[in-house]
Design a protein around this ligand. Structure first.
Ligand SMILES: [Zn+2]
Length: 139
């Protein structure tokens, strides 16, 4: 599937790793074959928004998603070449919240048609929204 900038694609898109971990992040990040496969997939992902079955690659959301640990997503969904749509926290979920990733999602990651890649520092350490005495700020 080819996706070009600004196009809207209506194919049979499926969500990947739209999860809400409940536990705080684990200790050191888990960087195994699953995490690396997801990182490789993200190198080729197209940012946009996924809504009502359509993916609009020229679009972004007005807000972001916040993980249980405070890590925040960016304002895009990401379209992968196999028709799956994920979010910018996907690598973070696999690396730091593996115990909260359902088996079904792990199977989808295993089936991604990509080799493996080293996750980026940003993927492993997303910006966190923290409450301070004066309000909320990013760390
Ligand atoms: Zn998190």
């Amino acid at each position: 599937m080819m996706v070009t900038k600004g196009s809207t694609t209506a194919v049979n898109l499926r969500g990947l790793l739209f999860i809400e971990p409940r536990r705080p992040e684990q200790g050191p990040p888990v960087i195994d074959s699953l995490t690396r496969r997801m990182a490789a997939a993200m190198q080729h992902a197209v940012p946009g928004t996924w809504q009502g079955g359509h993916f609009n690659s020229s679009d972004g959301w007005m807000g972001w998603h916040t993980c249980a640990c405070g890590a925040t997503s960016d304002n895009h969904d990401y379209l992968l070449a196999n028709g799956m749509v994920t979010n910018s926290l996907c690598v973070h979920y696999l690396a730091q919240h593996r115990l909260d990733v359902p088996q079904d999602e792990l199977r989808k990651v295993l089936a991604l048609p990509y080799e493996e890649a080293q996750p980026t520092w940003e993927q492993l350490h997303p910006k966190k929204l923290c409450k301070t005495a004066t309000g909320w700020r990013f760390e």
